[in-house]
Design a protein around this ligand. Structure first.
Ligand code: HEM
Length: 493
């Protein structure tokens, strides 16, 4: 960030000078009887950049919404943006995204471009996207497919539990970096689902895991050139670093594809073999690498950070932890350490804890798309090309929809049947909604419930300082904790 702060300060000065000349920039009328949404006062050249610089975007947008309403139009550089911050406006925006086939904006220079638009996440609507989505859903994410990988998940969990037992039975109860444990176990589960059983426990796979972490941080980084192309030179160093990371990812993915090709695609039931047998995807290694990477990227961090936030909330809310433990004891029994996937359907309160975690800490804090054509949201005109930000984070904390919105109260989900997958209700959208909504909901929830239940049922966790845990948010593509979760551990039985 530091590299562009000085030039931006100069720009800021220049902007103020220009502001004297142009005095007040008013949002232009949208024509056809519709106006653009309200907009805070902008500065020449940088538009509203000064309102978000140095802040978490979801929080900065929240502050703007509180002053200007649920639909706000902003300008960063020359690009128009629309920020949506209410359930009703989100419903309309998703309807617009679906009916106009709008896609996610494809940013430059480094953010999303590992394999271009060959994957699924950043791929525009169209025939190719439809084919990829169908393949991923049918071959990986149906309930039957999820059931088939149950044994692999149980193995990964058993491995993690064994390590935790070791840590907890030492002469003194040890401190565990739970962030790492959770990241390892979810990565193992998702990778075995996506790439197959062969690529899990070797050195190279571990290095790849760390590399991926760095890549996701780089992808979530702010590139000033994305909004003001004439300042792209300020991103050069960061973009070069991202490129180096992408090259290493590319080489690893290529080895996975080559290895499977050598073994013979007809023998494997892993996802790469499935793609190698498919006429469309086997045409290009770049297709296969991009799809696998998107599935790992979309599936691992999102699940891991959800488990981490849930554990942190449980530590800070002992009465919620007690009620969850009671439920686990009555369903699983006090004499067994192990929660099995077969128990999960009976763990109703666990489900409520996960939903409440996803409400307060949605891994995808902001949903993004770019209007493919001029459209209307809440009677406001939205010009073609507008980048639309749906502030999931703010919507799920809106006091007009949620009682005591900042409190961690899983009970609200026991008392009311609230839809969290964006089919009926839009008060929280942790998985997005509509055609581009998350296809991995069932797998994601299964992993989160399974890992969380085992961590809570098997071990007693405490904050070594005895104080409340720091709940600050970090940066990156997913809304992660700012500081790792380090807790002392002792076994429950
Ligand atoms: C707790 C876990 C998860 C959360 C909170 C989550 C959340 C999200 C969100 C917010 C989106 C964007 C939706 C939109 O724009 O409307 C998304 C998209 C996506 N997710 Fe998930 N996700 C999770 C787990 C998974 C898993 C396990 C997979 C697969 C292994 C997955 C695969 C995807 C894919 C491929 C997309 C892009 C879909 C498209 O563009 O067509 N997700 N997810």
């Amino acid at each position: 960030m530091e590299t562009w702060i000085a030039p931006l300060a100069v720009l800021f000065g220049l902007s103020v000078a220009l502001l004297v000349k142009s005095w007040i920039l008013r949002p232009p009328s949208g024509g056809a009887g519709c106006s653009l949404p309200p907009s805070p006062r902008a500065l020449p050249l940088i538009g509203h950049l000064h309102l978000v610089l140095g802040k978490h975007l979801h929080r900065a947008f929240g502050e703007i919404a509180r002053e200007h309403g649920p639909c706000v139009s902003l300008k960063f550089g020359s690009s128009p943006y629309l920020v949506i911050s209410s359930a009703q406006a989100a419903r309309e925006a998703i309807r617009v995204r679906d009916s106009t086939y709008s896609s996610r904006p494809f940013l430059t220079p480094g953010q999303c471009k590992i394999f271009g638009a060959d994957g699924i996440l950043w791929t525009p609507y169209g025939e190719y996207w439809r084919n990829v989505r169908k393949l991923c859903t049918l071959e990986l994410l149906t309930l039957r497919q999820i059931q088939r990988s149950q044994a692999a998940r149980a193995e990964e969990m058993a491995l993690a539990v064994a390590k935790l037992v070791e840590a907890s039975r030492g002469p003194m109860p040890g401190t565990v970096n739970l962030t790492e444990v959770i990241s390892d176990v979810t990565y193992g589960m998702i990778l075995r689902k996506v790439v197959g059983n062969g690529h899990r426990r070797n050195e190279e796979a571990l290095r790849f895991k760390h590399l991926l972490k760095e890549v996701f941080v780089a992808m979530g980084d702010f590139y000033v050139g994305d909004i003001m192309p004439w300042l792209q030179w300020l991103d050069l160093r960061k973009a070069a670093h991202a490129k180096r990371l992408y090259k290493q990812v590319d080489e690893y993915m290529q080895r996975l594809v080559d290895e499977q090709r050598r073994k013979g695609a007809d023998i494997g039931d892993d996802f790469i073999s499935i793609m190698l047998r498919n006429e469309l995807f086997s045409k290009s290694d770049s297709f296969m690498k991009a799809i696998v990477l998107d599935m790992i990227g979309a599936g691992t961090d999102t699940s891991a950070v959800t488990i981490e936030w849930a554990m942190a909330e449980l530590i800070n809310n002992p009465s919620v932890m007690s009620r969850l433990l009671e439920e686990l004891h009555s369903v699983v029994g006090p004499s067994s350490l192990k929660v099995e996937e077969a128990h999960l359907d009976k763990l109703v309160y666990l489900g409520a804890v996960v939903k409440e975690t996803l409400r307060l800490h949605p891994p995808g804090a902001i949903l993004i798309f770019q209007a493919a054509q001029p459209c209307q949201v809440m009677d406001y005109f939205v010009p073609e090309g507008t980048r639309v930000f749906i502030n999931n984070y703010e919507i799920a904390r809106d006091e007009r929809c949620w009682e005591e919105p900042l409190k961690f109260k899983p009970e609200r989900f026991v008392e009311r049947n609230i839809d969290i997958v964006g089919l009926r209700d839009f008060e929280m959208l942790p998985f997005g909604s509509g055609r581009r909504g998350c296809p991995g909901i069932q797998l994601g929830l299964r992993v989160v419930h399974f890992v969380l239940a085992n961590l809570v049922h098997g071990f007693e966790w405490k904050n070594p300082s005895g104080k409340e845990l720091d709940m600050s948010e970090g940066s990156g593509l997913t809304l992660a904790r700012a500081v790792p979760l380090e807790l002392t551990i002792s076994p429950r039985i």
